[in-house]
Write a protein of this length. Structure first.
Length: 102
């Protein structure tokens, strides 16, 4: 699931900026173009979450953030916003996301 969401983020970002590089043909190849730097685990209202952030070749300025809940549901894939849903996991920032909500 994360792979497909990361590929969707790539696709939307390139379309938004009119870019053509890097040319990733299949979602299976997405891992070659991103690097996870840190993973943060936290809880909110007795639920647990993981926030992974790092860099990706198609969005070097804003990077990458992937947030999942304890059930391995992807809540957010997009630019690094660093809120980690600490304030309200049910209402994440809508700043350039591909997927939010479970």
């Amino acid at each position: 699931m994360v792979r497909a969401d990361a590929f969707a983020y790539y696709d939307v970002t390139l379309a938004m900026y009119g870019e053509k590089y890097p040319a990733i043909q299949m979602s299976e190849d997405i891992w070659k173009f991103l690097r996870i730097g840190t993973i943060t685990l936290f809880s909110h209202d007795e639920q647990y979450y993981a926030m992974a952030n790092g860099s990706c070749e198609w969005e070097q300025e804003h990077g990458l953030e992937i947030d999942v809940n304890e059930f391995n549901q992807v809540l957010y894939v997009g630019s690094f916003i660093s809120n980690g849903f600490h304030e309200n996991p049910e209402n994440p920032s809508t700043y350039n996301y591909v997927k939010s909500g479970a």
